[in-house]
Design a protein around this ligand. Structure first.
Ligand SMILES: [Zn+2]
Length: 591
């Protein structure tokens, strides 16, 4: 599991980092970088403010987050997880990820299954149980209520065999109620399962996250609905799923439903950047919580990393194209720019207030359907390389990262190379909620003072922050527009730890455990070069990701684009996404 999280994190950081070269090139074009006289903003109060940070460990406490969160007044879901054994922190992260998803439909309340009391589920619209430890035994009260009550239950992963033991003849009751045998499964090698068939779509499955999948045996005459079936393939041809029978079935049930029980045969929350069965999982909640939801196909686009050193001509060109194409858009604004002087001996700082021509271009964008959002305050932290250069737009702002020569622990942190892996190091030295809040408000005030209005949405630089930083964002903003990191311990109150975090993208809007609405960005961005072990992403790739998201009933295709890239990439992507039937809307209208 830790391996899983690290890979997911690294992949995501990497495609953001892939832009480093481009940023440097564009900066060199804008400023000849040859003048050795004092640079504008060099040693300015702004430069001093953001390059003077305390050293060492942050200390202090970390924010606590309530086990119940989401939108009140709609469907309520109880999420139960196993807090025991070696998979306990994985169970917590899976529960948080699942809780975040179900807030699309209302509230989530997350509890260890050991705390389950008689009849507790009858107070909720639905229950999700996440079984992470194959040898765990859920409490009798929970098992009995699944059998005797009508509350819809989604059982994910391990421990269904517990229904075959215990007091009375629970196995017989299970068979009688649900029409299949909880103790009977077929073991299928995971490396055969490349895809899962769901609502007439073949959804890609990542084969390396587990070794085997235990598929339920439901029989043909049973009153069980197969919601999704996994296809067995080898060398691109269908094969038997049964190890010792070449003539056996070439697909197996992956998710089934009968009466109030939906069973999903694995926890589809690993490697979600490429494991699209996560999208099936996300869609199954409609059946559980909102079966009458009308399908929609909505798209959103955000122009990224716009700040004092952007080229106003690029910004106007993007706005002209998007308005002409009838595409509402978002602009991620970095209010303050901090960077080393060309001789690397000093720092300079500029805000939007020093760049009226950028402010004019931003107003031009607003007049043409652009919604400005705040994208950090400096998009870097202090004077260190975090991990690249300390320069705005390149570095992380709300968590420390390094360049490692190794993908997995033990990490070997050093100079950033093209082949490095970007990995979490720890909290920044100024990690108190109040420090983050002051920083965020400072950037926000710059946007307001520049006459750009009051931004209502925040986006975390490089999608990474500490729990305290997320808590601070929630104090200033009601909404974020991004993917986010969730740390083990945010429920149990344990200190957060580098590498023990889950990074999640969303297929639809949610209200996450940090207490904020989160608008999804789920396709990524265009990159022109391979870097930090992440492949180049062209328009065709983003369009293929939009197509994958059609597996979700309220399909969302949300991506971002850097305005210094060739505008034809943007046009191609917009047209391709529209070709799939998506309609571009302002991000606040995303379902
Ligand atoms: Zn950024």
């Amino acid at each position: 599991m830790s391996k899983t999280f690290e890979l997911t994190r690294g992949q995501r950081a990497a495609w953001v980092a892939g832009l480093l070269v481009l940023v440097l090139v564009s900066a060199a074009v804008v400023f000849g970088l040859t003048n050795d006289s004092l640079r504008e903003g060099q040693g300015s109060p702004l430069a001093r403010e953001y390059t003077t940070v305390s050293d060492g460990d942050p200390g202090g406490s970390e924010a606590a987050f309530a086990e119940k969160f989401g939108q009140e007044g709609k469907a309520s879901t109880l999420v139960l997880y196993d807090k025991t054994g070696k998979s306990a922190s994985d169970g917590e992260l899976y529960a948080v990820a699942t809780g975040n998803l179900v807030t699309h439909f209302g509230t989530a309340e997350i509890k260890p299954v050991a705390d389950y009391a008689d009849n507790a589920m009858s107070a909720y619209d639905a229950v999700v149980y996440i079984g992470t430890d194959s040898v765990a035994n859920p409490p009798e009260a929970f098992l009995d209520d699944v059998l005797t009550l009508d509350t819809p239950v989604m059982w994910v992963g391990e421990n269904l065999n517990a229904m075959s033991g215990g007091q009375g003849d629970r196995a017989a009751s299970f068979r009688e109620k649900f029409g299949w045998d909880s103790g009977e499964t077929q073991t299928v090698s995971s490396d055969l399962l490349y895809s899962v068939r769901y609502n007439d779509r073949d959804v890609a499955r990542y084969t390396d996250s587990v070794e085997t999948v235990e598929s339920p045996v439901v029989g043909s005459g049973d009153s069980v609905e197969v919601l999704a079936s996994a296809q067995c393939r080898k060398d691109d041809a269908p094969v038997s799923c049964v190890a010792d029978d070449a003539d056996g079935a070439q697909d197996v049930p992956w998710a089934v439903r009968s009466k109030n029980l939906t069973f999903v045969s694995e926890i589809p929350l690993d490697y979600i950047d490429e494991n699209d069965v996560y999208l099936i999982y996300s869609d199954l909640f409609y059946g559980l919580l909102a079966p009458d939801t009308a399908p929609v196909k909505q798209a959103a686009v955000r122009l990224e990393d716009v700040g004092p050193e952007s080229d106003p001509a690029d910004l106007r060109a993007m706005a002209d194209y998007l308005q002409g194409a009838g595409v509402p858009f978002q602009v991620a604004v970095m209010p303050i720019h901090i960077a080393k002087t060309p001789d690397e001996n000093d720092w300079y700082g500029l805000s939007l207030l020093d760049r009226p021509e950028i402010v004019d271009a931003l107003k031009y964008m607003q007049d043409r359907g652009g919604t400005l959002i705040q994208h950090g305050t400096t998009h870097q932290f202090g004077t260190g390389d975090n991990p690249y250069s300390g320069r705005t737009g390149e570095d992380y702002e709300f968590y420390r990262f390094g360049c490692s020569a190794t993908a997995q622990q033990p990490f070997e942190f050093g100079e950033c190379e093209n082949t490095s892996y970007i990995r979490q190091i720890g909290r920044v030295s100024e990690d108190a909620v109040e420090q983050h809040k002051a920083r965020i408000e400072k950037g926000r005030q710059v946007m307001i003072d520049a006459g750009l209005g009051e931004p209502e949405i925040f986006e975390t630089p490089h999608y990474a922050a500490s729990p305290n930083a997320y808590a601070a964002m929630t104090e200033v903003y009601n909404a974020r527009y991004e993917q986010s990191d969730y740390f083990a311990g945010i429920l149990s109150g344990e200190p957060s730890e580098a590498g023990r975090a889950y990074s999640q993208h969303f297929p639809y809007a949610v209200h996450d455990i940090y207490g904020s609405k989160v608008y999804p960005e789920n396709l990524g961005n265009i990159t022109e070069a391979e870097q930090n072990n992440h492949a180049t992403r062209d328009p065709e790739f983003l369009i293929s990701r939009a197509e994958a998201h059609l597996a979700v009933r309220e399909s969302t295709a949300s991506f971002f684009f850097h305005p210094y890239l060739d505008i034809n990439y943007l046009k191609e992507t917009v047209e391709g996404i529209r070709g799939l039937g998506y309609e571009f809307v302002p991000v606040v209208e995303l379902q």
